[in-house]
Design a protein around this ligand. Structure first.
Ligand SMILES: NC(=O)c1ccc[n+]([C@@H]2O[C@H](COP(=O)([O-])OP(=O)(O)OC[C@H]3O[C@@H](n4cnc5c(N)ncnc54)[C@H](O)[C@@H]3O)[C@@H](O)[C@H]2O)c1
Length: 308
């Protein structure tokens, strides 16, 4: 299993590190446009191999796509992150050009690959990759919901005073502060609905804290977060590499599912060796349906800024 990660910055390097630590891939190639940067990150990571006990070979390259040839999975993290006070949507001007070029270069050398898009605004970048390439829709996956759901579970566990391993929950919809739809109705503590333990008001607070999860960290760090994003991407890569058939909310191209067409947005999908093996359509109540439609309107507005 060969994995390429484009962008050896905060998220890309963290993603490579988690993939290596989980030790399921034979090779990870880090590629960056900044001279020597990916090579340096790869060497530093390789020097953790004996300490962390992995055999994954990590190499770095400055923009040489021949080194990425025949990758089974490629991850795009190249582009600028947001600064405090910025929305993800404001990154579109710079990131759209980068993502389009990077996707074309990757596909030229790995035509059978499965592509995971991370760069923001992620749902729109995923849609752009659909429009700009001829990869089948099962092989283009946007990562956002896996991270947002991890943040949701963190906030739920905090509110419940419960261990995170006892908590389950999912965030669907667009990967934006306004667009996220945390499904509190379906969240559980060891199979018991969380509403059995905490008030509606506290759950509303959990929802709000989840939606601004990224912005809260950006304010604290001065740039956007990387550990949880990197771990979330590594989870998707592992589900594909190991054919796990796990369900993650991912940005997928919809053709009628959830009443939506011609849009990439976060919905639950089954991930396996073929990429998105199934889009899971869960029964939403009227309020949740309305939230998804509203979220889709936001994503469409950002998609409208693309020069397709
Ligand atoms: N989808 C999500 O859940 C999620 C979460 C966190 C961050 N992000 C996004 O991921 C992206 C990366 O964030 P980061 O914190 O790692 O940023 P970063 O600045 O640390 O790293 C980005 C890297 O991309 C490289 N790069 C730029 N143009 C390139 C090109 N044309 N080819 C190859 N490499 C190129 C830069 O040199 C840099 O090293 C941002 O757009 C950020 O908003 C998404």
């Amino acid at each position: 299993m060969k994995v390429t990660v484009v962008g050896a910055g905060a998220v890309g390097a963290s993603c490579a590190e988690y993939i290596a630590i989980k030790d399921f891939a034979s090779e990870v190639v880090l590629l960056d446009i900044k001279e020597g940067y990916a090579e340096g990150k790869a060497m530093d990571l390789m020097q953790t191999a004996s300490l962390n006990g992995f055999d994954t070979k990590i190499t770095g390259t400055t923009n040489d796509y021949t080194k990425t040839a025949n990758s089974d999975v490629v991850v795009i993290t190249s582009g600028i992150p947001r600064k405090p006070g910025m929305t993800r949507e404001e990154l579109i001007g710079i990131n759209a050009g980068i993502v389009k070029t990077v996707a074309a270069n990757l596909i030229e050398h790995s035509p059978n690959t499965i592509m995971i898009v991370v760069s923001n605004p992620m749902d729109t970048m995923t849609y752009l990759v659909h429009k700009a390439t001829n990869l089948p829709k099962e092989r283009i996956i946007g990562m956002g919901g896996a991270l947002d759901s991890a943040r949701f579970k963190y906030r739920l566990a905090e509110a419940l005073g419960a261990p995170i391993s006892d908590v389950d929950g999912m965030v669907i919809g667009g990967h934006s502060d306004k667009g996220m739809v945390p499904l509190t109705r379906l969240a559980t503590r060891n199979s018991v609905p969380v509403s059995e333990f905490i008030s509606e008001e506290r759950l509303d607070q959990v929802k709000e804290d989840t939606k601004v999860g990224g912005a809260t960290l950006t304010k604290l760090l001065g740039t956007s977060a990387w550990y949880a994003p990197g771990a979330a991407v590594s989870g998707l890569v592992q589900a594909i590499a190991c054919d796990q058939k796990k369900i993650f909310p991912c940005s997928a191209l919809l053709e009628g599912e959830y009443g939506l067409n011609d849009i990439s947005i976060g919905v639950p999908v089954v991930l396996g060796r073929n990429g998105i093996e199934k889009i899971v359509e869960i029964e939403l109540n009227d309020a949740e349906k309305a939230k998804i439609q509203e979220s889709a309107e936001g994503v469409r507005k950002t998609n409208g800024l693309l020069d397709l």
